[in-house]
Design a protein. Structure first.
Length: 84
């Protein structure tokens, strides 16, 4: 099962770049019909994770994927599942 991964550690404080990278990985998953995207905002204070979840909750983005899963074992990881 193919999976894409986006690690946001290196751009945690660059707001516009974060949104572009998130949009890019979602579009790539759609284009390549990849079922799962792993997004790693890191543990930290949780602000980056909240930003990622807000991005994913936008109506036009939410229409593209099936569900979001917050990893119970690792607080700093989010899985976005697509259905094709």
């Amino acid at each position: 099962m193919a999976k894409l991964t986006l690690d946001l550690h290196s751009i945690y404080n660059k707001g516009d770049l974060i949104d572009r990278e998130l949009d890019s990985i979602v579009q790539e998953a759609m284009a390549k019909r990849i079922a799962t995207v792993e997004i790693i905002p890191g543990k930290g204070g949780g602000q980056l994770k909240k930003r990622v979840l807000r991005f994913l909750d936008q109506k036009h983005i939410r229409a593209l994927y099936h569900r979001v899963e917050k990893d119970e074992q690792n607080f700093g990881r989010i899985f976005v599942h697509f259905r094709f």
